[in-house]
Design a protein around this ligand. Structure first.
Ligand SMILES: [Zn+2]
Length: 345
């Protein structure tokens, strides 16, 4: 088996406007807007796309380059990992992998791939400990109830809440030591020294797989728009709620983000959530979808439509029946829909 070669010309020609939208940039039709690259909290539009070269540049943080450079900068990936991500997501060459071959492919063995948190041996123990130390408090429960989530849903997803970040960090350090906390992506450098990357009072959503916590995301417990969520550093989120695959039911629903997964569960579906830029399903997961129907609820924006199209092409190529679901036009996402059904404004 030869080492996978990427067609760099094709990869560099993937429209950068589509990729930027998928990575969370909200740009004007002319391709200008705020920079979203890590480390640049852009207060005014400093970022622009270069349509002729299919590249980008930011006069705030001085970064520029091709569509590959954009993915590398956005997700802290090396060159080959960024090529792989672009190839998987936009060029569909993943379907060239034989369906019957279940063992890890040569590609995965020889190329550095983005680190999935589940491959980090000891991180689940640390994440599980953090969750155990972080019971949901009254403020978090009230927020979740305003989002129309029942006590059953809150318990099912084991939603927690960070208490005091400083004291939790101190206890975590004495339980695990700095190297293990760093390996789990939980340490950030604050102005006065290292900090836990999960802020006080944030809700804590564990990614559960067969009883272990493979990843964590912290989200604001109010409707503020700044710093809405935090994840472990340099680790890409796996799909959320993969345990749904182990449940009986003819249809798996794929949606965007954690809130939509909880909403879909509340509405009686079996949902899996895709998060952030790493919004594709691995071949192992697609294999587990064979024999079921898949419904995709993507956001009604450009990035959501492109996600739905890409995914349904890949799933259809494996013989999986896919239905793309559209929410009523007055509704933004599944949580809006849930709240309108429950009569919560
Ligand atoms: Zn910038």
């Amino acid at each position: 088996m030869s080492r996978k070669r990427y067609d760099l010309e094709r990869i560099k020609a993937i429209p950068i406007a589509t990729v930027a939208a998928d990575l969370g940039f909200a740009l004007s039709p002319r391709g200008t807007g705020r920079c979203r690259l890590p480390g640049h909290p852009d207060q005014r539009p400093s970022f622009s796309l270069r349509s002729i070269s299919n590249g980008f540049s930011c006069f705030g943080c001085q970064r520029s380059g091709s569509v590959i450079d954009l993915v590398m900068a956005m997700d802290n990936l090396d060159f080959l990992a960024a090529c792989r991500w672009l190839d998987d997501n936009y060029l569909n060459s993943i379907s060239a992998q034989p369906r019957s071959r279940r063992r890890p492919s040569t590609i995965q063995q020889t190329l550095p791939v983005p680190v999935q948190s589940s491959s980090h041996g000891m991180a689940p123990e640390v994440y599980g400990w953090i969750l155990d130390q972080s019971p949901l408090s009254a403020s978090g429960r009230a927020y979740l109830q305003r989002r129309a989530f029942s006590a059953e849903t809150i318990a099912h997803f084991r939603v927690g809440q960070i208490g005091d970040r400083t004291s939790l960090f101190r206890r975590a350090l004495s339980a695990f030591g700095m190297p293990r906390l760093e390996e789990a992506g939980l340490v950030m450098q604050g102005r006065y020294g290292p900090l836990l990357c999960l802020p006080s009072n944030y809700l804590l959503f564990p990614f559960l797989q067969d009883g272990t916590v493979t990843y964590l995301q912290a989200r604001r417990a109010d409707d503020g728009k700044e710093y809405r969520w935090f994840c472990p550093a340099k680790l890409l989120p796996p799909p959320y709620n993969l345990d749904a695959l182990a449940k009986p039911g003819s249809t798996i629903t794929i949606c965007e983000g954690i809130t939509d997964v909880l909403s879909a569960h509340e509405l009686g579906m079996l949902p899996i959530g895709l998060l952030g830029a790493m919004r594709n399903l691995g071949t192992d997961i697609i294999d587990r979808l064979i024999g079921r129907n898949v419904a995709i609820f993507a956001d009604a924006d450009r990035s959501g439509r492109s996600l739905a199209k890409r995914l349904s092409d890949r799933l259809a190529a494996r013989g999986i029946t896919v239905v793309t679901k559209q929410l009523p036009p007055e509704v933004n996402d599944l949580n809006d829909y849930l709240r309108s059904r429950r009569g919560i404004a």
